[in-house]
Design a protein around this ligand. Structure first.
Ligand code: MOS
Length: 758
């Protein structure tokens, strides 16, 4: 069964703005998040985490904790050692966000590691007892940062089986003889996601069966990972993630604390819930690791790039292979005949980092798009003109074509809307009273990812439909998109569609990540809708059917009926009654181009299966523009205006799409100017929202996202690209480039704070 031939031929919903179907529930407090559940008999857990970065636990002083009224149990490695089997990292073919075994031994491998779990009658008693749990340690030397003695540098090719550093030509030779050369080091800091909903879990046993309520972006990985850890049959584990209060790449896979809470619940014979503190979220979940980039860019006198050398390093933990491969993007963005890249991971004594919104593009394009701006300055060229001169329709590394390449159309549309032409060529020359004014821009690009998925679709005789899949609503609007598309393709009102997500009891789907959700699920849903349409059409056009003589392929579901081109129509109920059995239900399974049938088995087994599409290179594109004001005396930096122009394939719901993009842009502003997790003696020094600064509404008074047409039929049948991550990319460089334009000073280390510009 194929996709509908005319999926977008008669749009009444798709392509138009529609408010979130769950929006009213969210703003009235009726929406249920995993953390809201309170099963009968619930006990409450709290975590104790290590205060040293490396060493051994020598003892516990538990009298004070046990004396807290309501304390039920305190679990340490002495209770749980051997209880859990190791599981691998999701990106290494396993299920976990860290292969570190929780409460597995007396060894401390990083600061903030879980060293005890306290359970009590109330959350307050659990927190009080956790605070009174005494732990003594024998500390050992540690390495917490790039520079620390003992940090171990490994080539990415040695860490990840399939990694190849992309390259072509003779980059070193070409750089040595280039007419214009930029050579600089760019650095990005540790950043943490800080979703509003914390990293909670609630575990309840019913005999041998375990039910877990947890905000996770991959219920399948939690289910299968727990099964592997606890030695259970996955069929005995149900994981439910209702609405999720944000993840942005955290809540990544099976977490360290979930199995501990499950063990505690089994031990106590009661459901147990854990709401870790925000501070604990900094070490029990993943984060964006710090990176540094040695970048060399050579150009001829006309501004054509002749050499690009990008050597990059990112921190990772001692025990996991997590590392994002970023030069895949920087090596392929511009035409350049000579490219050399080298990526390394630096292993330190910290918790494992992980993906955070556009994990690789955010740091790697900060480096490249800053260097491109530096080159424009060196050449005396407008930065957009320089990019146009180096635009390419094919990937310089593989020679493959881009399925569409609207990058310069994004720059043109953005420049027009932003008023780029008012930018004075000379930096440091625009003023507004006491403020130095700077305008900067940068590219935002991201390879398209798509995942296999399965989904159950049912159309009832009363004209209502149900869509069920174990994917997740993380606040991105996928519930609304599924409802819009099901209504459109089944010819029923959107109010008649019910969407059920986030539950391993539903047909398996992949993880909510890689900006792949819309692209993956809409193709799966389209398959399901076409299956039902065809089934009803064949039943109605049979020789004894009410639409006999009509061609089944031309029948359409519309306004509660199935209609022939000649105007005859049969109500859905009557059409369904002709089916055997008399119900319209289908299980759709979608495998994208570039993924084999085994990818379906992978998502059924809770593993990772993101594909990058067909033969061409498919990317989403954007151009980011920033207007920055730097106070001449105080150094205060304000960003009165951010504008992004984005080309991301077909846009299905402009309202939620724009909201995704502007949300990303605001985060990009925070990333450029505010966000940094500070390390001190191997530990995160500012793990809370008082000292870890994120952008607020007042920091971002003017943020605009506009769409550039991108009819890319090569990317996938529906022409979808995904844009959950596109909005944050490029903002770092656009702002840094604008600060340079305002002040004449280049900043190559983020965040750019007052003290840096003074
Ligand atoms: Mo991304 S942070 O892998 O959704």
């Amino acid at each position: 069964m194929g996709l509908p031939a005319d999926a977008f031929a008669h749009p009444t919903l798709l392509g138009r703005s529609h408010a979130r179907v769950e929006g009213a529930d969210k703003v009235t407090g009726a929406a249920v998040y995993a953390s809201d559940l309170r099963p009968a008999g619930l006990a409450h857990a709290a975590l104790v985490t290590s205060t040293i970065p490396r060493g051994r636990i020598t003892g516990f002083a538990l009298e004070g904790a046990r004396a807290v009224p309501g304390v039920l149990a305190i679990f340490t490695h002495r209770d749980f050692a051997g209880a859990l089997r190791p599981v691998k990292h999701l990106m290494a073919g396993g299920y976990a966000n860290s292969a570190h075994l929780p409460l597995g031994s007396d060894a401390v491998a990083y600061a903030g590691q879980i060293v005890a779990l306290v359970v009590a009658e109330t959350p307050e008693a659990a927190a009080e007892a956790a605070a009174r749990t005494g732990v003594t340690y024998a500390a050992e030397p540690f390495a917490g940062t790039f520079e620390a003695p003992g940090a171990e540098t490994v080539a990415l090719a040695d860490l990840k089986e399939k990694h190849v550093d992309p390259g072509c030509g003779d980059a070193d030779g070409a750089f040595a003889t280039a007419a214009f050369r930029i050579a600089a080091r760019y650095e990005t800091p540790v950043q943490h996601h800080n979703p509003i909903e914390l990293f909670t879990t609630t575990c309840a046993w019913d005999g041998p069966r375990l039910t877990v309520h947890e905000p996770t972006r991959y219920v399948g990985a939690v289910r299968h990972g727990l099964a592997a850890q606890l030695g259970l049959d996955p069929a005995d584990i149900r994981v439910v993630a209702g609405l999720i209060g944000g993840h942005f790449g955290s809540k990544f896979a099976l977490s360290q604390h979930t199995a501990l809470v499950a063990l505690a619940a089994r031990h106590l014979g009661r459901p147990v819930s854990l709401v870790p503190t925000r501070r604990q979220g900094f070490t029990i979940a993943n984060y964006r690791p710090e990176t540094r980039h040695d970048l060399r860019l050579g150009a001829d006198r006309d501004g054509r790039f002749t050499a690009l050398i990008h050597a990059a390093e990112a921190v990772t933990s001692r025990f996991d292979p997590f590392a994002m491969e970023g030069t895949d993007v920087t090596a392929s963005l511009y035409a350049c005949p000579n490219v050399r890249t080298h990526e390394r991971a630096v292993r330190v004594d910290r918790n494992t980092p992980g993906p955070m919104r556009a994990p690789l593009e955010v740091p790697y394009l900060f480096a490249l798009e800053s260097a491109v701006d530096e080159m424009a300055s060196a050449l005396g060229l407008d930065p957009i003109a320089l990019r146009r001169r180096n635009d390419t329709l094919t990937d310089p590394i593989s020679g493959k074509p881009f399925s569409s390449r609207p990058l310069m159309r994004c720059f043109d549309a953005g420049a027009e809307a932003f008023g780029w032409s008012r930018r004075a060529p000379e930096p440091g020359t625009m003023r507004d009273g006491p403020w130095r004014v700077g305008l900067g821009c940068a590219a935002s690009v991201r390879p398209v990812k798509i995942s296999p998925a399965t989904l159950r679709l049912a159309l009832a005789p009363n004209g209502t439909a149900t869509v069920e899949t174990a994917h997740h609503e993380i606040g991105n609007g996928i519930t609304t998109l599924l409802a819009m598309a099901a209504a459109e393709w089944l010819g029923i009102p959107i109010e008649a569609v019910a969407i059920r997500l986030g539950d391993t009891a539903l047909p398996p789907a992949g993880l909510s990540g890689g900006s792949s959700t819309t692209t993956s699920l809409l193709h799966t849903l389209a398959l399901g809708c076409e299956t039902l349409r065809t089934r009803l059409a064949l039943a109605c056009t049979a020789p004894d059917g009410p639409l006999a003589g009509a061609e089944a392929g031309s029948l359409r579901l519309e306004a509660g009926s199935i209609r022939a081109a000649d105007g005859r129509a049969v109500p859905i109920a009557a059409a369904i009654a002709r089916l055997d059995p008399g119900e319209a239900e289908t299980l759709a399974a979608f495998v994208p181009a570039g993924a084999g049938p085994e990818s379906l088995a992978a998502i059924r087994g809770g593993r990772m299966a993101l594909a990058s599409g067909g033969q061409a290179l498919s990317w989403a594109f954007g151009a980011q523009f920033a207007q920055v004001h730097v106070h001449a005396e105080t150094g205060e930096i304000r960003v009165p205006r951010l504008l992004g122009a984005f080309a991301a394939g077909r846009i299905l719901n402009p309202l939620t799409a724009r909201s995704q993009l502007t949300g990303g842009m605001i985060w990009g502003l925070g990333s450029a100017l505010l966000e940094e997790t500070v390390l001190e003696r191997g530990a995160y020094r500012n793990p809370d929202l008082a000292e870890y600064l994120v952008a607020t509404a007042a920091d971002a008074p003017g943020v605009e996202a506009l769409f550039v047409d991108d009819p890319d039929t090569g990317v996938n049948p529906l022409g979808l690209k995904g844009l959950g991550e596109l909005g944050i990319i490029g903002v770092n460089a656009a702002i840094a480039n604008a600060v340079f334009h305002a002040t004449g000073r280049r900043h190559r280390r983020l965040p750019i704070r007052i003290e840096a510009v003074l």
